[in-house]
Design a protein. Structure first.
Length: 261
């Protein structure tokens, strides 16, 4: 309804601009400026990328676990503290998953890990199986922790776990809030940490090389989840925009805008 209303307003402005006549346009240029503004607005509104994306919604409400479910154990080790989704790291659910499945999406969140902390964000994960191989895991880690100094590059924060390493390290020290963004459209996946893009891959190409070890690379939809790796971890501001394949232009614009920050 909002798009229809804006289109009606834009068309009204367009008619008004044309009624100014060429003399006023030539003298003051006001009509032409209006015309150009309206034309740009119409192009934007009719863009497939705009039509193909929702306005975003909160996945975690900051109060309770509504919309989430404990996986591979009871969710007693997950809760809410000071408005953040937290895991004690103790026995219980090995991961917490959305009840809803997602295909193409733009996911953003904030996370905080302790010293030597380890966790992850699961995407396109199945309800059964091991989410970090039967789905995909975007790794979360205290990259500076002494415990992890000998890990492989594809096991640090932002990596598609066991498949592709982040292009560079952009993480903060432990116990600080950090941001992550994951953009998946079709067979393309991009990851940002602290507003820096560190992953941009074609999943088909990745699956050809690592598909046996990580069959989840071949999946096109599934649950979104957060991992209990035995360490405390906190999440907040978990927001998702669902996309469709027509929103590929929006994906490119989003990547371009993020790279300019």
């Amino acid at each position: 309804m909002l798009v229809v209303f804006l289109l009606e307003q834009a068309l009204a402005l367009l008619v008004g601009a044309l009624s100014l006549g060429t003399s006023e346009v030539g003298d003051k240029g006001g009509g032409m400026k209006v015309f150009r503004s309206v034309a740009a607005g119409l192009i934007f509104l009719w863009s497939p990328g705009v039509a193909g994306a929702d306005e975003g919604r909160v996945l975690f409400n900051g109060k309770d676990l509504t919309g989430w479910q404990g996986m591979q154990g009871p969710s007693d080790n997950w809760g809410v503290k000071d408005g953040a989704l937290t895991c004690t790291g103790g026995k219980g659910a090995q991961w917490l998953a959305t009840k809803e499945e997602f295909t193409d999406f733009d996911l953003s969140l904030e996370f905080k890990l302790p010293v030597n902390g380890n966790s992850g964000v699961f995407i396109r994960a199945p309800r059964q199986g091991t989410p970090y191989v039967d789905g995909m895991e975007i790794q979360l880690l205290d990259d500076y922790g002494e415990k992890w100094k000998n890990l492989k590059p594809d096991q640090f924060t932002g990596a598609i776990y066991a498949a592709v390493a982040p292009s560079r390290r952009v993480t903060k020290k432990a116990n600080e809030w950090q941001t992550m963004r994951i953009l998946c459209v079709g067979r393309s996946c991009s990851v940002w940490v602290n507003a820096q893009q560190i992953i941009k891959v074609n999943l088909d190409e990745l699956a050809e090389k690592y598909g046996r070890k990580v069959p989840g690379l071949k999946r096109n939809s599934g649950l979104i989840g957060v991992q209990n790796h035995g360490d405390p971890v906190s999440f907040r501001k978990v927001i998702i925009k669902t996309l469709d394949r027509a929103s590929a232009p929006a994906k490119k614009n989003a990547e371009r805008g993020a790279s300019q920050k």
